[in-house]
Ligand binder design. Sequence first.
Ligand code: ADP
Length: 338
Amino acid sequence: MTIFRSASFKLTVFYVLIVMIISVAFSAAVYQISAEEIGTCMNRPTTFLRQLPAGNPFHSMLGDLDKIRGEQLAMSRNHLLTNLIYFNLMILVLSSVASYFFARKTLKPIEEMMETQSRFTADASHELKTPLTAMKSEIEVTLRDKKLGSSDAKKLLASNLEEIGKLESLSNALLELARYENKAEKNFEELSLPDIATTAFEKVEKLALMKKIEFETRFRDLKLKGDEQSLTELFVILFDNAIKYSPDKSKIEVIIRKEMRHGEIQIKDHGAGIKKEDLPHIFDRFYRADTARKKDNKNSYGLGLAIAKSIVDFHNGSISAESRSGKGSTFTVKLPLS
Ligand code: ADP
């Protein structure tokens, strides 16, 4: 981005200016002290000769010595000045290179964050626009129909309601994301991991029954400090995905066990799996693998796993996925125990 290029340039100039002010001030002090020191050293022989008793033959040499001393002093001071100028030029070149490097390093994370943010805004606007455009064109076409009957009007309203439902679930997902990203305060309470998993399962049970999917669980009773609502949401997202991307009559395994100081939750399905090239991106906001796009899930925006990651980060945990295309996926969540 051009704004960051100019900011890097300004920051570089600022850093170089600081370094050069220090370097020039330091050089001026060195010049002052050294010039005085050289003068004192060169004065010593003539001072000694002047102290000799009058009539000493060396007195006649004083005039010549003073001349030579003056020339030597000027030469030494010039030499010192030239060296200090070269030294400062070298500092200028080195500090420019180093300053540009550090300015880029300082601004890089901010630039990346801005890029992510603007990509997010563009994606969110696109997703919001799609149902709105569909609704608008449907209404326009229907209004042009002069013989519009009540059944057509009902059909239109039903279709509009569906689009409103999509908008509602998208705005809910966006609010959910914002909730964790801006939440500084953590009102955690003592919770039982198996209880949360059970509550979440009850919310998706209907979907599992519809696809005749069996849940196999191995729970160890572990306690942790957390936010009940968001942790339930985390399980719902992972269970919902596992069901969504699994074939009918398959099995989903849910394991809760202890791993050092963490509670480890594993959700293993035997579904479509995730392609190797999609795997690094699935936690990105609005990322949907091709398989998911083709399914054209009504409320699938590629935000579920981004929300899951925000919830896990909020609890200082970690989330990862392993998968082989066509063989199923395993999602592993690690949360610090009380
Ligand atoms: P979506 O709402 O599209 O499911 P998510 O953020 O929950 O969005 O998931 C992102 C993508 O990760 C999905 O589009 C899908 O391709 C992939 N994915 C997530 N969970 C699974 C799973 N259990 N099996 C296969 N693919 C999955």
